[in-house]
Design a protein around this ligand. Structure first.
Ligand code: HEC
Ligand code: HEC
Ligand code: HEC
Length: 406
């Protein structure tokens, strides 16, 4: 056998081995690849479902599926092992005559069948502590607890109004069942409109009763006729029609802290430094005549809900802008969480900084690292293919040269 021939044989052998190894790797890797792809799909579904849960379900079922009041938890062992079909039907169709609305588009709800199936995946496989973080980061953590305490002094004043007992019963029911969505004193929240409002009062008692009985399908407003008796609903209608006679503060906004996560405080810090520090100081110490926020008197006297309201609405007639139309609720809550974190170390008296800090003290833009991790398996496969194809080219060239010599 001549020398060229032998070299050709060796190269051919190398090429064949490279192809065999490559094929082997691909075959062995396939089940793992399919499993990874399935995991990724599940992770995406749970991720989507977490956002839907935060927006639509957390108000009743709690920020981490723990359940609130009489609404059952979703983080239970029993539900995670319930079969997908049953869960799908419960979420899609709701529970007739309870506060649990129907969610699928076919039943008048707002979610597609695919979204409902994503929620099923969440209930069966989700990690509820991640869900809690997402609810907070997206700004959907209910700020008002599901129930509130009516103010005792104002409560007795209400008893002296005409038909006072009916109003008192309604205030008690309202504080237990409705305040979470319709807010302190019926003034509304981001979840539901104000009930203590001239436009609502302009409706006839029958119209108001109908809404409470039947709910508004496709919204968070459930029908209450299965949960509350007729007399209780009549009381509520009386309250809603005559709320302008009820003194302010009957159902006060409770002092609930805005929940925070590490991520939300970091976001709050960067937003504060970019938007507020020039006026209120880099450490919240105030500048010139603009008030300090990092000071005991302010932080002890002002609940989170009140700070959120000041920041959202601004202070008319002063340089304090309204931020509500420039930032999302989640962003404003993140700033409030950041300001609140000063409380343990806040000084009794603040020393204002000179107005407008130097530019190098402003927060830098966040830089996100979005580079993908290298897929080493693909790199190896491509390298093997390259080896095999160069081997074939080499054999081809060598054969061609031999032929042309002969
Ligand atoms: C307006 C309040 C409310 C909202 C919003 C709400 N639920 Fe419910 N949900 C309830 C109540 C009340 C029940 C219990 C019904 C009953 O008594 O059978 C319930 C029951 C359930 C159950 C059955 C629990 C069990 O133990 O059998 C599931 C699952 C469920 N809800 C999922 C969801 C999902 C997913 C969402 C968001 C898309 C959601 N719910 C939104 C009030 C609500
Ligand atoms: C889970 C949140 C939630 C709860 C709890 C809730 N509501 Fe509502 N409610 C809503 C939403 C959202 C709307 C607006 C529906 C729409 O878009 O038409 C609404 C609308 C209403 C309206 C119609 C207002 C109008 O502008 O005409 C009335 C009346 C009402 N609710 C009464 C009540 C009463 C009384 C209770 C307590 C028994 C209650 N709601 C509990 C979410 C809620
Ligand atoms: C252009 C200057 C300016 C900017 C920017 C500014 N504020 Fe203010 N802020 C003020 C002034 C002035 C007041 C005092 C209003 C008054 O007299 O009641 C104030 C008041 C406040 C108060 C109430 C303080 C108290 O003692 O009652 C809070 C809370 C607050 N600002 C938060 C913020 C936050 C958060 C931001 C950034 C998102 C911000 N402000 C941006 C000027 C500013």
């Amino acid at each position: 056998m001549n020398r060229t021939r032998r070299i050709e044989l060796i190269i051919g052998f190398v090429a064949a081995v490279a192809i065999l190894i490559g094929l082997g790797m691909a075959i062995v890797g396939e089940p793992a690849r399919i499993a990874t792809a399935e995991d990724e799909i599940l992770a995406t579904q749970i991720d989507d479902a977490t956002a839907i849960y935060a927006e639509q379900c957390s108000v009743c079922h709690g920020i981490e599926g723990e359940g609130i009041g009489s609404t059952p938890p979703l983080d239970s062992e029993a539900l995670s092992t319930t079969d997908s079909d049953t869960l799908f039907k419960t979420i899609a169709r709701g529970r007739f005559d309870t506060a649990m609305p129907a969610w699928s588009l076919a039943e008048g709800g707002v979610l597609s069948d695919y979204q409902v199936s994503e929620l099923v995946a969440l209930v069966q496989n989700g990690d509820w502590s991640t869900v809690a973080d997402r609810v907070v980061n997206l700004g959907y953590a209910p700020l008002v607890p599901f129930t509130a305490e009516p103010d005792p002094e104002i409560f007795s004043e209400i008893g002296l109004l005409p038909d006072g007992e009916s109003l008192q019963r309604a205030v008690t029911t309202y504080a237990a069942e409705c305040v979470a969505c319709h807010g302190a004193d019926g003034l509304g929240t981001t979840l539901a409109p104000a009930l203590n409002d001239p436009v609502v009062r302009a409706q006839t008692p029958d119209e108001i009763a109908r809404t409470i009985d039947l709910g508004v399908s496709g919204t968070l407003m459930a029908g209450w006729d299965g949960t509350l008796d007729e007399a209780t609903i009549d009381d509520l209608v009386t309250l809603i029609s005559r709320w302008d006679e009820v003194p302010d503060g009957a159902v006060p906004a409770p002092d609930v802290p805005i929940p925070t996560t590490e991520e939300s405080i970091a976001l709050g810090e960067s937003l504060y430094q970019a938007n507020c520090a020039t006026c209120h100081g880099v450490d919240g110490q105030g500048t010139g005549r603009i008030p300090a926020l990092n000071v005991e008197s302010f932080l002890l006297d002002t609940p989170d809900v009140a700070i959120e309201q000041i920041v959202t609405l601004g202070v008319a007639g002063t340089p304090m802008p309204a931020w509500g139309d420039r930032m999302t609720e989640a962003e404003i809550q993140a700033i409030v969480g950041y300001i609140r974190a000063w409380e343990p170390t806040a000084p009794a008296v603040a020393t204002p900084a000179p107005r407008g800090g130097p530019p190098w003290m402003q927060a830098d833009q966040l830089v996100l690292d979005e580079s993908e991790p290298t897929d080493w398996r693909a790199v190896t496969l491509i390298a093997l293919l390259l080896v095999a194809s160069s081997a074939f080219v080499a054999i081809g060239l060598s054969t061609f040269r031999r032929r042309s010599k002969e």
